[in-house]
Design a protein around this ligand. Structure first.
Ligand code: PAF
Length: 328
């Protein structure tokens, strides 16, 4: 297990592009995330910090808080709203109660490839969603990725929906994810990520689902013997700023943060994607059984979860779903 959780090899942090931006005032950003220091998201944040500090010539200082030490995704968002935290980058899923259209991203098997996800997030739909989230004390300035979610469990190898019968699966606090796992025959429980490792260790839940990099950096292989590459949901990270902080920034620095968020997103996607094969190998070396599904096996999961689309079509808007499908 030690080997699987040693800091994985990551692409180097790029040099900073762009000139120094001149503006008045000194500012401090506390930037909190739920994932740990050894994940790709943190690496992206280190790049963000470097860009912002260099290009503001030290007038904006960024301090990073990984591992939900300042609160989980939902708590961090409410700290932004009250102005006690400046930035966070949660998965979109726990935010569906605030922004119902974000449910789009939780639909199962919506993005067949990372390129389609990029096209949607970096295009009109992504911009609409950023606008939608720029309210209630928040300013949304960019996308990065949590990535494709994979199932792990402590009970048995999963290759078909029937293997999920009664399996207690932790989900994010999100109604579409609950619907997905119920529809597949499992027994889902929403839970904050901060409680998850202990819940798996103590057998409160049998399994969980997260991207490979999070499975590795959170050491889930120490408490889960089986993993299946289901790729069932693609989760973006949305980069959020506290409106109270944002409104104090000169326009030049607002633009600098937008640019830095964009560059962070591109780099972080590249880091996460480039590491998946190595991570799977490391997890297998640590004794975890990694199962890759055949196209026919994937189709069995897709067929079984198809009703989830009907259940959420009205809330999300059929036109939006069709637009994404047309991009595929
Ligand atoms: O499983 C979750 O709750 C999320 O994927 C995580 C790891 C907190 C990142 O937002």
């Amino acid at each position: 297990a030690l080997q699987a959780n040693a800091a994985p090899e990551m692409p180097p942090i790029p040099d900073v592009q762009g000139d120094v931006v001149q503006a008045d005032g000194d500012f401090k950003i506390k930037f909190s995330i739920g994932t740990t220091q050894s994940g790709a998201q943190y690496r992206g944040l280190e790049y963000f910090e470097k860009i912002v500090e260099q290009r503001s010539d030290g007038h904006i200082q960024v301090e990073l808080f990984p591992g939900a030490q300042l609160g989980d995704d939902l708590q961090a968002v409410s700290a932004l709203q009250s102005g006690t935290l400046e930035m966070t980058a949660p998965s979109t899923s726990p935010l569906v109660s605030m922004f119902p259209k974000f449910a789009l991203f939780d639909l199962p098997f919506l993005f067949p490839t990372p390129d389609v996800a990029d096209q949607v997030l970096d295009g009109d739909i992504g911009q609409q969603m950023l606008d939608e989230a720029s309210t209630n004390g928040l300013v949304a300035i960019g996308w990065a990725e949590n990535g494709y979610r994979q199932l792990t469990n402590s009970r048995q190898e999963v290759t078909a929906p029937e293997d999920l019968e009664g399996l207690k699966v932790r989900t994010m606090q999100n109604p579409i994810h609950l619907d997905i796992w119920r529809t597949l025959g499992a027994n889902p429980t929403p839970m904050s990520f901060a409680e998850l490792f202990t819940a798996l260790e103590q057998g409160v839940v049998d399994g969980q689902e997260n991207p490979w990099i999070t499975i590795q950096s959170s050491r889930f292989n120490e408490v889960q013997d089986y993993a299946t590459e289901t790729n069932h949901v693609y989760t973006p990270f949305i980069t959020l700023v506290s409106e109270r902080f944002w409104s104090r920034l000169p326009a030049e620095y607002q633009q600098l943060l937008r640019d830095a968020a964009q560059q962070m997103g591109e780099y972080e996607r590249h880091v996460g994607r480039s590491m998946n094969d190595q991570i799977k190998q490391d997890l297998a070396d640590s004794g975890m059984q990694i199962t890759e599904l055949t196209p026919e096996q994937v189709k069995a999961f897709q067929d079984k979860v198809a009703p989830v689309y009907d259940n959420w079509r009205d809330q999300i808007g059929g036109e939006l779903i069709d637009q994404v499908r047309a991009a595929s």
